[in-house]
Design a protein. Sequence first.
Lengths: 162, 558
Amino acid sequence: MKLHEARRWLAVYFLLLTAITGGYLLLFGESPLLPMSKDEAKAGFQILIPVLIGQIAVIFQWVSRLQEQEDLAELSPLPTWSVKLPAVIVAVLIIFGVAVLVIGNSGSGQPIGLSPEGFNGLLTFAVSILNASTIFLVARLFGTPKQATLQDAPSAQDAARR
Amino acid sequence: MSECFRDCRRQSSTGALLQRLVLLRLLSWLLLAGMVPCHAQQAIRPDQLVGLPKLPPLTKELAAAEMRRFYLGVFDELAANAKLRPFESLPGEKVAVACLTRPQDLITPPWVTSPVPWGVLKWSRNYGASNVDAARQGAVAYCEAYKGADVIKGNCTCIPVLEGNDARLVIDDAYVEKYLATATELAKKTTQASYTDVIDTESEGSKSRVDGPSVLLNLKHPIQLGNPDGDRDYAEACQGRVGYAWLPVEVNRQVELSRRLVQLQDSGLYGCYTISVNTTLEPRSVAAGKAAERRCRFTSSSPSGELPLLEPKTKEYLSKLFPSEKVKRVWGGGVVEVDDRNVPFGTHKLTSPLYVEMESGKGFRAVMVMEPENGIGCYVGKPFSNLVFDLAKCEPRRTCEIDAETALFQELENQFTSPPIAASRILGSLPPGEIRFERLYKPSLIIGAPFFEMSTYMAKFWSADSDNPLYSAYERSSFKGISTGAGKFATPRIKIFLEFTHFFTRSANVRGVYSEPDDAQANKYSEVIGDKVAQAISSACSIMGGTMKDRICVVERK
C-alpha cells in the first residue's frame, strides 16, 4: 500500500464515519430507524463523535500544512491490514449494532434486541478499538509534513551570520 | 462524624487558614444542632438489612426444584385448610387440576404476606374429567377462555395435578424460564432499590388541625404489616413496588428512638394527604374528578406482650425473619381516611411498619425498599369521570343497577381489549366495582412506532343518589350482588358514576427506560380513551334500552 493511499483511505473513512454516525444519532432519535430516546441518542453521540472529530482535526491540520504534493510512489511503512482491519471492524460493529437495535424493536420486540444502554456500550467498545489501534496510525501517518519544515528553513543564527 | 463532615463541606479554594477555621466551627455547630441532615441521613446499605429477598435460583434446574417445592407447599397449605376447598375430587380417580397463576406472581419478597398466589384460588376447578389427561385438557381450555390473561400466552404452561393426597406437578420449560427471568429481574431490582428509613419519613410537623379535640388512634387489629398507600398511590403505580426490610438499632440509640416514636404517637393525626388518581407529577386530566380519599397518618404500637393482636401472617413473617428472637412490641404507622375537616371515619387495614422491639432488648427499625420500575415517573390521566347512567325511572331499581353495571363492565372490556388500545383484562382479586386492564411492554398502537407502552387502566363504578365525595365509604360495596346495600348508610341509589384512570409510560426501545409521554402523546391517548369509554357507555345504553342525553344514559323501564 502506498503512503498516500493509506492517508486518503483513513481520511475518507473518518470523514464518512463521522458524518454518517453523527447525522444518524442526531436526526433519527425516537424513530423506527433509531429506536431509543433522543437523550439516549445524544449520549451515544457524545461517546462517539468527539473521538472521530479529533481524528478529522489531526488529518486536516496535516492537510493544511502541506506545502508540496505528496510523493505518490512512497510506500507506506505500515502493513495494509493494520490500517484497514480495525477501521472496518469498527464500522461493521456499528452497522451490526444498529441492525440489532432496529430489528430487536420491530413488531412486538424481538429476543435479540439491544437496549439503548447496550447500544451505547457497543459504541464505547468501538471507540476503544479505535483508540487502541487506528488512532496511533493516524498520529503516525498525519504527523508533521515532511516537506519544507523548520528543519530546512535557515535558523536565526544562520541569518545573523549572513 | 468526621466522615460525614468531609462529605458535606465544600472544598475551599486557596483559602486563608482563619477563614477555614471559622467555616469549620460554623459547620460543626450546624451539624451538632441537627440543621444539616447529613448525619441523620446516613445511606443505608443493603448488607446491613435483615429481610431482603434472597437471591433467586439462577439455573433452570434449581428454579424448577424451587417451583416444585413452592407448589407442594401451597398444596399442603390448601389441603390443611378445608374452607378453601382448592381442588375438588373427580369421580373415580380422585383427580383435580388447577391452572396456576403467572410465574411472576410467585416471586414474592418476604414482606408480602399473601398466603397463596391468587391464581390458585381463582382458577382451581373441577373440570368434569375422569382421568388426569382429560382434567389437564379441561384446565387448558378453562384458562384459554380467559383471553388476554398472561398465563394464556404460554398456553397454560403450568398445570399442577393433584391425585389423591399426592401432588404431581407438571411444570413445563417455558414456565420455568419465565420464572427464572422474573427471579433474575427481581434480584437486579433488589440491588438497585432505594432504601429509606421509615421513621425518618414520618413527620409530626405537618400535624393536621382537627375541629374539636385532638384525635389519638390505635392500630386496627389484627395488625397487618404492609404498604397502606399501596393500591392507588402514585409511588406504587408508577415508581415500583414498595416493600420493607429491617435495620438493627444499636443499644445506645434505642432510647432516642423510643422517644421519637412516643412523640409521633402523641401527635395524633399528622401528615394528612389526598390519595387519588390526581396524585401525579403532571396532572393533565381532561376532566379532573373529585379527589378520591383524604388520609392522615398516625403512629401507634401493639401493647407490650399483646402480640395476638398481630395478624397471623404478620406474626409468622416476623418469627421467620427473626427466628432467634421473641417479639415484644411492634410499632407501626397507621393510615386513617378523613373528611375535609380531618375528622377520621375509617382506618386502613394495612400498617406501615416502623420499629420492632424484641424481648432480648434488641430493636429493628423498618426500612422502606422501593424497587426501581420505570425510573422517571409516569403520566396519570383521568380521561373520563362522569355520571353515566340515570336510573331514576328504571324499576326494579336493584335489578336496573346490576344490569347497567354489568352491561357497562362488558362493553368496557370489549372496547379496551380491541385495537388500538388492545389491553388485557387483569384477572385478579379486585375491589367491587372495579375493572382493570394492562398493556405492558408492547408496541403502542396509538402513538405508533417506535414507541412501546406500559399502560394500566382502571375503571371504577359507584352508584349513588348524587355525586357524593364520600362515595367510597358508603356506596361502592354494592356491585354484582356482593352487598345487599341495606347497610346503615344505604340510600336509594339511582345514578351510576364511572371514573376511568390511565397510568402510562412509554419508551422508544422495548428494553429502554419507560418515561412520561409528551403533551401531544398524552393527548392522543386521552382522545382515544375518551372515545372508547363513550362508545362503551353508548353500547351499554343500547343494551339497557336507554337513550343518551348529554353523554348520560337515561333508562326508563318498568
